[in-house]
Ligand binder design. Structure first.
Ligand code: ATP
Ligand code: MG
Length: 434
C-alpha cells in the first residue's frame, strides 16, 4: 500500500534539516532514499522523533563517497554515519536475503547471527520488528510506503510483529524488550499473537550478550515511564531474565517492601525526567538491587561479620552475579557500591564524620537513596531531617548540631561506635537501622 502525500500527515517541516539534506543528496546521486523506523512512526503520531534514520539502495561504500562527513560503522551490520556537528544521521542499506538461509545464520535457538546482505525495500521490510516500525517515507514523491499494514495498526494502537512472532522473537529475543518498551512508550496494546509467546520465550534473553542488554535497560528504565515498564516486564517474566536476583526477592517477599521501594525509586526518576531533570543510571540500578544486597549483608551481619565488611562483600557478590546478565559498566557498579555503602555512614554524626560525608561526591545520591528508604522501609525520618538541615546549615549551626547529637548520644549511652565494640548481641538491631 502506498499513501500519497495528501493521504498522510508527514510534512517536511517536521523533518530535521540534516535528515532532509541526506535524503536529497542521495536522491540527486540517483539513489532511492527513505526515512524509516521510529522517526516515521513518531511523526505520524505527532511525537518528536528522537533521531532520523535513513535507508537507501546505495551501498555503505557509495554512501561513504557521497558524504565527506561520513564514516562506516557496525560490525553486525555495516552502516554509514553522516555527521553534522553533534547530530548524526544513520544511513543503512536495504537488507535482503530473508528467504534463502544461505547468508543468514541462525543458532540452535533460531537466533539471527548475521544478515549482512543487501536487498530491496520489499526485502528490507522483513528484517524490521513491528509493523509500525516498517513505514518508509519516500523523498522522491513524499509518499509513505507500507507493505505490512503498519498504518492500520498505528491508527488502532496495536503492536504487531511482522511475520510469525515466535520465529521473530527467537531470531532476536531483544524484540521482547522492545515490545514492552514500545507498548509503554506509545500506550499501545499487543496484538494477540505478538503477546502470546512472551512469557514462554523470556528465558531466551539469558543468551543475549550482557552488553546489549545493558543498552536496552537504559532505554527501558530511563525513558520516563520506569514504573509501568517495570510492572510490564515483571508481568511477562522478562524482568527476571534481566535481574534474576531482584526478581527472586520480589517473588518471595511477603510484605511487598522491595516492590514498594523499587516502584517509589522509579516513580521519583520518572518525575524528574518529566520535569526535564537528569537521572543517573547508577541510582536506578542501585535501587533495583538494593534488597538483594541488603538481604545478603544482613545475613552476614547475623553471622557476626562487621557491618562494613558484610555490606562490602554483599555488594561485590551481588554485582558479580548481576553483570553476567546485564553488563553494568565499572563506572556504574562503582557508584552503586558507593551509594549502598554510604547508607552505613548516615548514622555516624559525631566529630568530623558528617563533614566528610557531606563532601563525598556521592553524598547527594546517597541522601536521596536514604529518603527513599525512609519512605518505604521504616528508617527513622528524623535521620533524614537531620541531614536535610545539616546540608543547609552554616558552619556554626552545623557544629551545634553535631554537639547536640553527641551530647544526646552520651546521655542515652547510645553511641554507635561504643555499642559496636562492646556489644555484639546488638548486631541484629544494628542491621535494621542501617
Ligand atoms: P526509538 O524511538 O527508541 O529510537 P526506533 O523504532 O527508532 O525507536 P531503533 O532502535 O532506533 O528504534 O531502531 C530503528 C528501526 O530499526 C526500528 O524502527 C526497526 O524498524 C528496526 N529495528 C531496530 N531494532 C530491531 C530489532 N531488534 N529487530 C528488528 N528490527 C529492528
Ligand atoms: Mg530510532
Amino acid at each position: 500500500m502506498i499513501y500519497s502525500r495528501s493521504q498522510h500527515p508527514i510534512s517536511r517541516s517536521h523533518i530535521s534539516e540534516n535528515a532532509l539534506k541526506v535524503l536529497y543528496r542521495l536522491k540527486s546521486a540517483g539513489h532511492e532514499a527513505y526515512l524509516v523506523g521510529g522517526c516515521v512512526r513518531d511523526l505520524l503520531l505527532g511525537r518528536e522523533p528522537k533521531d532520523f534514520d535513513v535507508v537507501t539502495n546505495a551501498s555503505p561504500e557509495q554512501v561513504r563517497k557521497i558524504f565527506r562527513n561520513s564514516r562506516l560503522v557496525g560490525r553486525r551490520f555495516r552502516l554509514a554515519h553522516v555527521r553534522f556537528g553533534r547530530d548524526i544521521i544513520e544511513v543503512a542499506t536495504f537488507r535482503g536475503q530473508q528467504d534463502t538461509h544461505k547468508q543468514r545464520q541462525l543458532n540452535e535457538e533460531g537466533r539471527l547471527l548475521c544478515d549482512n546482505v543487501y536487498g530491496t525495500l520489499e526485502q528490507d521490510v522483513w528484517r524490521r520488528d513491528f509493523t509500525i516500525n516498517a513505514l518508509y517515507y519516500n523523498i522522491r514523491d513524499f509518499s509513505l510506503v507500507d507493505h505490512v499494514g503498519g498504518m492500520t495498526d498505528l491508527k488502532a494502537g496495536l503492536l504487531r510483529l511482522i511475520g510469525d512472532p515466535e520465529v521473530r522473537y527467537r531470531e532476536d529475543p531483544v524484540r521482547m524488550l522492545r515490545a514492552v518498551r514500545f507498548a509503554v512508550k506509545l500506550g499501545f496494546t499487543f496484538e494477540t499473537a505478538t503477546e502470546q509467546p512472551l512469557t514462554t520465550l523470556a528465558p531466551l534473553l539469558r543468551d543475549i550478550p550482557p552488553a546489549r542488554l545493558f543498552d536496552e535497560c537504559l532505554k527501558l528504565f530511563l525513558a520516563g515511564s520506569g514504573v509501568q515498564t517495570f510492572e510490564m516486564l515483571r508481568h511477562y517474566q522478562l524482568f527476571g531474565a534481566l535481574f534474576p536476583d531482584a526478581e527472586r526477592i520480589l517473588a518471595t517477599e511477603a510484605e511487598g517492601f522491595p516492590r514498594l521501594f523499587i516502584v517509589k525509586g522509579l516513580e521519583n526518576s520518572d518525575r524528574r525526567l518529566t520535569e526535564g531533570k537528569t537521572v543517573t543510571a547508577y541510582f536506578l540500578f542501585a535501587v533495583l538491587l538494593w534488597h538483594v544486597v541488603r538481604q545478603e549483608a544482613e545475613q552476614q551481619e547475623q553471622q557476626g561479620e562487621p557491618a562494613q565488611a558484610a555490606w562490602q562483600n554483599a555488594a561485590t557478590r551481588a554485582l558479580n552475579r548481576q553483570i553476567r546478565h546485564v553488563a553494568l559498566p565499572r563506572r556504574i557498579t562503582q557508584a552503586m557500591r558507593e551509594v549502598w555503602l554510604l547508607q552505613l555512614r548516615f548514622q555516624h554524626r559525631s566529630g568530623q564524620r558528617p563533614y566528610r560525608l557531606l563532601e563525598h561526591p556521592r553524598f547527594r545520591a546517597a541522601y536521596d537513596f536514604l529518603c527513599l528508604r525512609i519512605s518505604t522501609e521504616g528508617v527513622d525520618p528524623k535521620l533524614g531531617q537531620w541531614w536535610e538541615t545539616f546540608q543547609q546549615a552554616d558552619e556554626a549551626e552545623q557544629r551545634q548540631m553535631i554537639n547536640a547529637h553527641t551530647a544526646s548520644r552520651r546521655r542515652t549511652g547510645n553511641n554507635p561506635r561504643r555499642r559496636y565494640r562492646n556489644n555484639r548481641t546488638n548486631q541484629n538491631k544494628r542491621s535494621h537501622d542501617v
